[in-house]
Design a protein around this ligand. Structure first.
Ligand code: ATP
Ligand code: MG
Length: 361
């Protein structure tokens, strides 16, 4: 098949890690007989340096015209980079928020997976992690508290601020459907997380999720309160398959879930809209402290490319081939510095990309 893939190398380690992901994709194309047409797009600091703004209309058009987008990472060192002298709406991250909004990327999918081979990096005790855990967090990305009405004002001489957490049933329904569709391809369990004992928006959330669940009788649904879920992620992460939740709860839980795996350089993510277009990127940031040194771990970006094949192009076999190659490299004891441990073989960014590429079958 033929696909147009937009690549956003971005800032910091972004260009180095996207280059490795592209190498892996080229190999997949060669073996499975596909052809990808790549188009590079500037976003973030890289765009500010050339165009003075973090995202141009031209770039948005290019993104819309592609079948999918693979991104490195955006932003620089907030203390020393000249980008952060600019007003907030002109900084690198503003470009990212804008593209999410322009493309209506409402569903943020973040797997949190613990590889057996990387158990030493996990901060949880052995008896808790057992053979490892494998969950996906489905976070609503374009509604809720972060997008509700807000104001700061003086009332009776006292300064006051208000944020609004609002959802309508349509917004809840579309993200819930996404979660169930992903669960069907996995262990068929959805845990919907809310604060229904306190919030009206959570009570609506629960009601709509229950309705959606009726269309997926083979998937088991449970509800959990956010405070309990935060605890359960540390106490017994193996119980989770797909966690479905609103924007702010998902923001917090996905960071917690990625930290309990202990290896930020390994975790991918996808932001999806109602169609097939998605924006795929590693969960980690631009790591300016290690940029240009050939030491960054490219695996999170390579696994994001695998997610792209699975979710945007329905290329299951090809996505599996990438994930299997990554597992094989770990079994063969190769490690980048962020996941290095005693007795393993230390390799750099390019070498890690080569080793995974060689193992694509
Ligand atoms: P952001 O604010 O952009 O989300 P951050 O500043 O919170 O990100 P990162 O940029 O992800 O965090 O970096 C946190 C630490 O993890 C840094 O020390 C960085 O070098 C390291 N790190 C991040 N990604 C990788 C990677 N792919 N390989 C190796 N180390 C990494
Ligand atoms: Mg940062």
């Amino acid at each position: 098949m033929n696909y147009r893939v937009a690549i956003i190398p971005g800032d910091g380690i972004g260009p180095e890690i996207t280059r490795e992901a592209r190498k892996v994709l080229d190999r997949v194309c060669a073996i499975y007989g596909h052809s990808f047409e790549y188009k590079e797009i500037l976003l973030g600091g890289a765009s500010i340096d050339v165009h003075g703004i973090p995202l141009t209309e031209e770039a948005i058009k290019e993104a819309r015209n592609s079948d999918s987008i693979l991104m490195g990472s955006i932003g620089g060192d907030a203390k020393s980079s000249p980008w952060y002298q600019l007003e907030p709406e002109k900084r690198p991250e503003a470009g990212l928020l804008k593209i999410r909004k322009e493309l209506n990327l409402f569903a943020n999918v973040r797997p949190a997976y613990l590889y057996k081979e990387l158990k030493e990096a996990c901060p949880l005790r052995d008896e808790i992690i057992g053979n490892g855990f494998d969950m996906v967090i489905m976070r609503e990305l374009t509604g809720g508290l972060y997008f509700g009405e807000r104001k700061t004002f003086i009332e009776n001489g006292i300064e006051k601020a208000i944020d609004t957490l609002a959802y309508d049933e349509k917004e809840i329904r579309r993200i819930a459907k996404r979660a169930f569709e992903i669960a069907i391809k996995r262990r068929k369990k959805v845990c919907s997380v809310d604060k229904a004992n306190v919030l009206d928006s959570s009570r609506l959330w629960r009601k709509v999720v229950e309705e959606v669940a009726k269309d997926y009788p083979e998937v088991m649904l449970e509800h959990m309160l956010i405070d309990n879920c935060a605890m359960q992620l540390v106490k017994d992460p193996k119980q989770f398959d797909v966690i479905l939740t609103e924007n702010m709860f998902g923001d917090i839980l996905s960071d917690e879930a990625s930290m309990v795996t202990g290896s930020i350089g390994m975790l991918s993510s996808a932001s999806l809209n109602e169609g097939k277009l998605g924006l795929y990127e590693p969960s980690h940031g631009s790591a300016p402290d290690i940029a240009g040194k050939d030491i960054a771990n490219p695996i999170a970006t390579i696994l994001s490319a695998a997610m792209m094949l699975r979710y945007s192009f329905d290329l299951e076999k090809e996505a599996d081939a990438i994930e299997t190659a990554v597992k094989q490299v770990l079994i063969d004891s190769y490690r980048t510095v962020d996941i290095m441990s005693k007795g393993k073989t230390l390799v750099g960014t390019i070498k890690m990309g080569d080793l995974i590429t060689e193992r694509i079958r």
